[in-house]
Design a protein around this ligand. Structure first.
Ligand code: FES
Ligand SMILES: [Fe+2]
Length: 395
């Protein structure tokens, strides 16, 4: 059954005070590679969950995330000057520390303002070469250490995709939509140069079954192949992450119609030995998937050169926020229905003052096993079969 307009709004909008926005504020989210802040460029504009923010590093190395607009008369702190004690507004010099405390109010010193006004400031952490922000209420939960982020037996690299110009939920619904792989991506999944008998069905008949089951952190999607290739399991880590093989894919809602899309790819060592990966993974920025890069469908034309380009095409052409009142769901959409149910239930939990699924309070439980070990075995076998060199250059 299609959704009502009100249900669609409830599940998609991300701003402060909106039902899904309040749910999403219960999770830590990656907002930028740490290397984007430097001595020459110590500030970065961040749009997250409909809020305009500025990430900055002061000259002692403390990093903060503040509201973009100065509480004096609203100029942007993006152009602020960083100093030892914090960031000073470019306009009249009000000085803020990383907690949003006002330290100075030039030209005078207005004690009443210093004592009573606090600027918007959010908790921040650096982990796996990324800054992570938490925009929700206290107490602040633990940042989960997913296996792909925490394992020592491999390296990681960060890939920043072009901004996705649509609502975050479209990308997440795709994560529990296994049927599209054999059709949308048919040009890229034909093993040994096979062509599908029909472009309508693509490689659909390669798959014997797909199913879904609940986990402690989301939904596991399972696909079993008909030709003895075995099975694939890819977890959706509720509410905004997909692990697809060795790639952990974050779909960070910037606002209702834009999504920051970032992958952290784990590359296991050939012998399973541990390595020192403390320096922070290398970061790669991908070229636009459409032309013009900032236009929307149908003004923009998507490049269909890869699986992920095709995915961006499918997600964006559903509309800036897909109108789910016009849908006709089928049996193969049962993963989508499952995700929507999970989303509704967890929005309700937040409204009742409870923690939603996957929020971790106990630091002893921070490590989350998403089952990546099985994916490593599958992935390594797949690379060997194709003669793709491993991280050590061995085939
Ligand atoms: S607007 Fe920032 S100090 Fe005046
Ligand atoms: Fe896809």
């Amino acid at each position: 059954m299609a959704l009502s307009h009100a249900e669609n709004v409830r599940m998609t909008k991300v701003g402060p005070g909106t039902p899904a926005g309040e749910l999403l504020r219960r999770y830590w989210m990656p907002i930028a590679p740490a290397e984007e802040l430097s001595g020459e460029q110590p500030t970065k504009f961040v749009r997250l969950l409909g809020e305009n923010l500025v990430l900055f590093r002061d000259t002692t190395g403390r990093v903060g995330l503040l509201g973009d607009q100065c509480p004096h008369r609203c100029a942007s702190l993006l152009y602020g000057r960083v100093e030892e004690r914090g960031i000073s507004c470019p306009y009249h010099g009000w000085l803020f520390d990383t907690y949003g405390n006002i330290l100075e109010t030039p030209p005078e010193r207005n004690q009443a303002i210093v004592r009573s006004v606090k600027h918007t400031a959010y908790p921040l952490q650096k982990y796996v070469g990324l800054y992570w922000a938490y925009l929700g209420p206290g107490p602040v939960p633990v940042l989960p250490r997913y296996d792909t982020l925490a394992r020592r037996d491999g390296r990681r690299r960060i890939v920043i995709h072009p901004r996705l110009d649509c609502n975050w939920l479209q990308a997440m619904e795709n994560s529990v939509d296994p049927a599209h792989l054999q059709i949308l991506h048919q040009e890229f999944i034909g093993r040994g140069g096979r062509q599908p008998a029909s472009t309508t069905r693509g490689f659909t008949d390669d798959v014997a079954s797909t199913d879904f089951y609940l986990t402690s952190y989301g939904i596991m999607k399972r696909r079993v192949y008909a030709d003895g290739r075995g099975r694939e399991e890819h977890p959706l880590i509720f509410p905004y992450i997909l692990r697809q093989g060795l790639s952990t894919q974050f779909r960070v809602p910037m606002d209702d119609t834009h999504t920051y899309h970032i992958h952290v790819i784990f590359e296991p060592t050939p012998d399973g030995g541990p390595i020192d990966d403390d320096e922070g993974p290398p970061v790669e920025y991908l070229a636009p998937y459409k032309d013009p890069p900032d236009a929307l469908h149908p003004e923009a034309r998507f490049d269909m050169r890869s699986v992920i380009c095709q995915d961006h095409m499918a997600w964006e052409t559903q509309g800036p926020i897909a109108d789910r009142t016009n849908e006709h769901l089928s049996y193969s959409d049962r993963g989508v229905a499952m995700l929507r149910r999970m989303l509704r239930e967890n929005i309700d939990r937040v409204e009742q003052g409870l923690d939603p699924l996957g929020v971790i309070r106990d630091p002893a439980l921070a490590e989350v096993d998403t089952g990546v070990s099985e994916s490593i075995v599958t992935e390594v076998a797949w690379m060997r079969q194709r003669g793709i060199p491993d991280a050590a250059g061995r085939v």
